[in-house]
Design a protein around this ligand. Structure first.
Ligand SMILES: Nc1ncnc2c1ncn2[C@@H]1O[C@H](COP(=O)(O)OP(=O)(O)OP(=O)(O)O)[C@@H](O)[C@H]1O
Ligand SMILES: [Mg+2]
Length: 290
């Protein structure tokens, strides 16, 4: 009798855990920038690895369809890419690659210039397939291209949170503001974070963040949360040359310590769902921007 009750209680708690697991919201983060070469791809990969180490299941999507390079940064050779799913009907699950620390990667192919305004049938197929992939994850990270092309803007709009990466250079700051302006006008509900990369020190990063905060507050209706900074660190290009993530080659270097702090900070924030459908939904369904 007591055994029966205990077994039933165990069943109930197992069911509760399974339901909670199923309902746990996925954190969908787009990493973008106005200016190119500010560190988005390196940040996407290393943030993904930090999340995995914090026991989160992560899907990293190479959303830079012009100059895809997540696979190169990780020394991987994909058999299929996102392009094969769009054009050749390949299943997304066939495209998935395994990366370090259990990171799952959806590689893109360079050269598909615009994905916006796809055929409705293809769009539905990919949206459904992506929604299924997302449901098994704790986080989906989208490494977008730089700038404000329709594909970049739509990828970012389909996420729930957007990390805008800038460097202290005046051109990068101006372009970061332009990016926030364009993406927020497309989807004002998105949560924006700012990450300053290549900073000389904390003081410089805080100055850059303050400047951007000020113009955003004065001219836009959205708010932007300052996430932190990553200093200029020679270990980053060294890791790139070895096609390995810097958090693995140099776990205690300044860039690794700071990206770890950023990962923990992000995970402490609540997940706020801003979009229905998968991160592909907006991308494929908006013909007018093509
Ligand atoms: N914190 C850093 N310290 C030193 N070098 C860095 C740092 N972050 C990135 N880099 C270097 O900057 C270069 C560009 O990085 P990355 O490719 O990640 O930028 P990106 O924003 O993804 O570029 P793109 O716009 O072309 O996609 C790389 O060579 C990388 O080694
Ligand atoms: Mg990149």
């Amino acid at each position: 009798m007591i055994n029966d009750q205990a077994a039933r209680l165990r069943d109930i708690s197992r069911l509760k855990r399974a339901t909670e697991e199923h309902l746990r919201p996925v954190r969908r983060i787009a990493i973008t920038s106005g200016k190119g070469g500010v560190g988005k791809s390196n940040i996407s990969i290393n943030l993904g690895i930090c999340f995995q180490r914090l026991k989160r299941r992560v899907l990293l999507v190479d959303a830079d369809t012009n100059l895809a390079n997540i696979d190169i940064l990780l020394g991987l050779s994909p058999k299929y890419t996102l392009g094969d799913a769009v054009i050749g009907g390949q299943f997304l699950t066939d495209i998935l690659l395994s990366g370090p620390e259990g990171l799952k990667i959806l590689p893109a192919s360079s050269g598909i210039t615009e994905l916006v305004g796809l055929d409705e049938v293809v769009a539905d197929r990919l949206d459904n397939a992506m929604a299924q992939l997302e449901s098994g994850q704790d986080a989906v990270i989208l490494d977008t291209g730089a700038g404000i092309s329709p594909t970049v803007v739509q990828f970012a709009s389909g996420a729930d949170e957007v990390i805008v990466v800038t460097t202290p250079e005046p051109t990068a700051i101006t372009d970061a503001y332009a990016t926030i302006k364009v993406i927020s006008s497309r989807n004002p509900a998105l949560k924006f974070h700012l990450l300053v990369n290549f900073a000389k020190n904390r003081q410089q990063a805080e100055e850059v963040a303050r400047k951007i905060q000020l113009v955003v507050e004065n001219y836009l209706t959205v708010k932007i949360n300052t996430l932190g900074f990553i200093p200029f660190d020679a270990h980053v290009p060294q890791a790139v040359a070895r096609q390995k993530p810097f958090v693995l080659t140099n776990p205690h270097c300044p860039a690794s310590l700071n990206i770890n702090l950023i990962a923990r900070k992000l995970l402490r924030l609540p997940v706020e769902k801003k979009n229905g459908g998968s991160v592909f939904r907006h991308l494929f369904k908006t013909k007018e921007l093509a």
